[in-house]
Design a protein around this ligand. Structure first.
Ligand SMILES: Cc1ncc(C[n+]2csc(CCOP(=O)(O)OP(=O)(O)O)c2C)c(N)n1
Ligand SMILES: [Mg+2]
Length: 560
């Protein structure tokens, strides 16, 4: 971009610099001038069916690309994307929301413009609470510094940022970027870092059965490789959690399994809870990651690192960041014996699926089958519901090949997020595993996947409504949903009937093991197509994971 910069071209240049190649969103009159500039830039515009879906797509994109951005319009668009931004905040996903606002002069006059609710600052005030940094660009002189600050904070803290861009500021001239954007790193206090790593190394090196619990912060801050180095140098066994699944490769000989408190497999639970030195790296003890708090961990035998703090017994060290801690500890860790580094419990390897002839599908067999067809070129997105109860046991090798909103748990996330995933990783293929209830929330985004030619595999588990709620609570009629003919939807979105072999989409409905096996073979063979599979599970069976969660839930109720 040469010549005079405007606030809009400045912002676009910064977005390009940080690696944004796609912008998601929905147009509206307050952002159209900005979108005209997007059309002139090298960033590709990806219009969504609605703003919530745009937010989820941006989140999926950001998880793989390091950052994403969405453009919405004031009020109607801004309020619609809030759920996705709140989710990104809870889950530590960096994304920039650009909200086109009414002209600043109208704001000053207090004019009653369309999409205004209550007062002109309402959206700004709300977004301030669910972002790390927010700015309302009212002055083109200060706009460049404001933009740089929000983007930089977003990247450093891995949290969403908000930029409100009034329509009459968009094309206002501003100064050119001064150098490239500087992201201020999070800096540890060197004395605290030195002291706590020495204390931690002393405990780790002399412990008999230490264990590293690799948590979600490792994933969000891109520290998987550093964690692996510590694990291999110290030869300590490790476990992951649902939210951090596969952050360190699951086929690693030191991997013991997924820890989820009382929701874990018993052997994994015992290994974690009986460790005499449990090093928790960036683990968040959320209800979903702890089997509804059914954990039994003794903090006196733990070293807990995360959120800029280290806790060893009663010692608390502030301003120590996870990456610095891991790198320093790796230098001090002493290797252990072969036995210590090869856990008694190890993860079961992937099994081949062989369909039973003429056998009605059950949930456990469905998951066995899908697991057996996943490969390293597929990125699995697992939706809250029976899907995410089943997937801890899936074999995923690379960290980026598994996406789950394990903490915020907003159903409907995965289908639009797959759009972002497909665009961020064109060489890979998103595989969405979603319940029928979740799918109904954001189903329209399949049409954008088709329009953008994303060869996703979408597997809809039609189990007649909200099964997880039926299992965890009672079978109230509020868990019933309208049954759709899901497999016919691609026809609708393609604007015409599908003719096998000629269209971009293959749509299949399955009810038996053999049909599912065949459908998965089609999905693998038709790798350039969007393959849509409706799995009809009218028997309301569930995964073994949901069975275990049900038991944890009952136990947690008894304790109350
Ligand atoms: C946006 C949103 N609304 C409501 C919920 C509450 N909720 C959690 S799971 C669930 C049902 C999921 O049903 P489905 O997708 O069919 O999965 P299943 O349990 O049947 O496998 C609901 C409604 C939620 N998590 N997110
Ligand atoms: Mg369901």
């Amino acid at each position: 971009m040469n010549g005079q910069y405007t606030v809009s071209t400045y912002l676009l240049q910064r977005l390009q610099e940080i690696g944004i190649k796609h912008l998601f969103g929905v147009p509206g009159d307050y952002n159209l001038d900005f979108l005209d500039d997007v059309m002139e830039s090298s960033i590709k515009w990806v219009g969504n069916c609605n703003e919530l879906n745009a937010g989820y797509a941006t989140d999926g994109y950001a998880r793989l690309n390091g950052i994403g951005a969405a453009v919405v319009t004031y009020g109607v668009g801004g309020f619609s994307i809030i759920n996705a931004v709140a989710g990104a905040y809870a889950e530590h996903v960096p994304m920039i929301i650009i909200n086109g606002a009414p002209p600043a002069r109208r704001r000053e006059a207090g004019a009653m413009v369309h999409h205004l609710v209550s007062n002109y600052y309402l959206q700004f005030d709300i977004f301030k609470k669910i972002t790390i940094d927010a700015t309302l660009l009212v002055d083109p002189v200060t706009a460049p510094e404001e933009i740089d600050r929000v983007i930089s904070n977003c990247l450093a803290h891995k949290l969403p940022g908000y930029i409100e861009l009034p329509a009459d500021i968009t094309h206002a001239p501003c100064h050119a970027p001064v150098g490239s954007l500087i992201v201020q790193p999070l800096i540890s206090n060197t004395d605290s870092l030195d002291e706590c790593t020495k204390e931690a190394a002393g405990l780790l090196n002399k412990s008999a059965n230490p264990l590293i619990l690799a948590g979600v912060e490792l994933l969000r801050f891109g520290l998987g490789k550093e964690a692996l180095q510590l694990i291999e140098t110290s030869e300590v066994t490790f476990a992951t959690m649902l939210s951090s699944k596969s952050v360190v490769p699951e086929l690693h000989p030191q991997f013991t399994g997924i820890y989820q408190g009382g929701w874990s497999k018993e052997a994994v639970r015992l290994q974690v809870e009986n460790s005499d030195c449990l090093l928790s790296l960036g683990a968040l003890m959320t209800d979903t990651d702890t089997g509804l708090f059914s954990i039994n961990l003794d903090t006196r035998r733990m070293i807990t690192v995360g959120g800029g703090q280290v806790r060893i017994g009663n010692h608390i060290y502030d301003q120590v960041h996870l990456g610095d801690f891991i790198r320093e500890l790796t230098l001090l860790a002493e290797p252990r014996s072969y036995l210590a580094s090869h856990p008694a419990v190890s993860f079961s390897p992937r099994q081949n699926f062989v369909a039973e002839p003429s056998c009605e599908l059950t949930a456990p067999r469905l998951y066995e089958c899908i697991n057996s067809y996943l490969d390293d070129q597929m990125i699995l997105l697992s939706e809250p519901g029976d899907s995410f109860c089943a997937t801890p046991e899936f074999n995923i090798e690379e960290a980026e090949n598994f996406i789950v909103q394990a903490y915020y748990c907003s159903i409907g996330f995965c289908t639009p997020a797959a759009l972002g995933v497909a665009l961020a990783r064109p060489a890979k293929r998103p595989v969405v595993l979603t319940g029928d209830g979740a799918f109904q929330m954001t189903a329209q985004e399949v049409s954008t996947l088709i329009r953008e030619h994303c060869p996703a595999v979408i597997i809809i588990i039609n189990n007649d409504g909200y099964l997880i709620e039926r299992r965890l609570h009672k079978d109230g009629m509020y868990n019933d949903i309208q049954n759709w003919q899901y497999s016919k939807l691609p026809d609708v979105f393609c604007n015409g009937p599908l003719v096998a072999g000629t269209k971009f989409v293959a749509s299949i409905k399955v009810t038996t093991e053999e049909e599912l096996e065949l459908a998965m073979k089609v999905a693998v063979a038709e790798k350039d197509k969007l393959v849509f599979i409706e799995v009809s599970l009218q028997n309301r069976t569930c995964s073994k994971g949901l069975e275990r969660l049900g038991n944890s839930y009952k136990m947690s109720l008894q304790k109350q």
